[in-house]
Design a protein around this ligand. Sequence first.
Ligand SMILES: NC(=O)c1ccc[n+]([C@@H]2O[C@H](COP(=O)([O-])OP(=O)(O)OC[C@H]3O[C@@H](n4cnc5c(N)ncnc54)[C@H](O)[C@@H]3O)[C@@H](O)[C@H]2O)c1
Length: 343
Amino acid sequence: MKILVTGGAGYIGSHMVLALAAAGHEPVIVDSLIKGHRQAVLAGTLCVGDVGDADFLRSVLAAHPVEAVVHFAGFIESGESMQEPARYLENNTAKSFTLLDVLTEAGAPPPVIFSSTAAVYGDATVSPIPETAQWLPKSPYALSKCLVEQALAGAAAARGMRHAVLRYFNAAGADPHGRLGEDHQPETHLIPIALQAAAGRRAGLTIHGADYPTPDGTCVRDYVHVSDLCAAHLLVLQQLLAGYGAGCDDRVFNVGTGHGWSVKQVIDAVCKVTGVDVPVTLGPRRMGDPAVLVADSTRLREVFGWSPAYSDIETMVAHAWAWEQRRPVLESGSGSGHSSAEG
Ligand SMILES: NC(=O)c1ccc[n+]([C@@H]2O[C@H](COP(=O)([O-])OP(=O)(O)OC[C@H]3O[C@@H](n4cnc5c(N)ncnc54)[C@H](O)[C@@H]3O)[C@@H](O)[C@H]2O)c1
């Protein structure tokens, strides 16, 4: 089946493209390459363009009638969104609305899986966090996701759009076969930064705050292997294609292992896996970082039978390290459809 994957040249999307192809689907990728990498698209048909360009989307859908949509495209940095709120609300929210409008123009819309985030919970007061916890978005990034979740709920009520919202906690790791990995520009995620320091590509890394109310004072996060994330999407997709998502079915699902690792524990895992004593400095807290974010993914497990295959942090780090050691030297030109050696 043809499945539209927006943002399929990015970190999670490119892994999903491979997972879809392995499951016998034909991925049709829409990516502007503003952050993604052409060389990360290892299967399917890449259509370079913007999800906010309605005419472009119509032409893609006319050429490739799709049975479902997995919508990853968006900007991903909470901190950056504090500096550029309008850019985030335009790219993540307004352009998602355009996508939903185009999908519903021609009658019965295909089902949609939307990439949301644990950031919608902000400083949750419960841990692990269930889907029923209140939205407390602390950044325009988190707000941009809440608004799309709301629009999807509206599209379900008004236009019968079946959908699932997956709220990811921290995606981590790399393709276990070493074909793909994480390559954000700039990189702000802990594991790739620590691995780049281990590889000598950075001088070291900073721990942002060691005075949180956690066992070792550093922030605790729930890391979920990117392959397990893709497996969750495949299970949800299969059920959506079979009719799930009508009526009172649950539509919002956390994706995390339910286990938290502190920043210090992750750095220890990096040192152990790489054999390098990564240089670390202690810095002040970053604005808006909650102390603990751990998922209650009971709903995903019970409704779709999902279970992570790689829930151990050292395995995630080992896969990411294998990628870090072999990935191509970066080149510029990821935008405007030119080839890039990134990813
Ligand atoms: N990485 C994580 O830990 C994490 C956690 C929670 C949620 N998410 C969500 O998952 C999704 C994917 O994250 P990622 O880490 O793969 O990010 P990424 O930056 O690697 O990938 C995003 C992709 O979307 C593309 N894109 C952005 N705006 C676009 C637009 N307007 N039109 C077309 N393409 C566009 C980029 O070029 C890029 O290839 C995002 O929506 C993000 O908010 C990620």
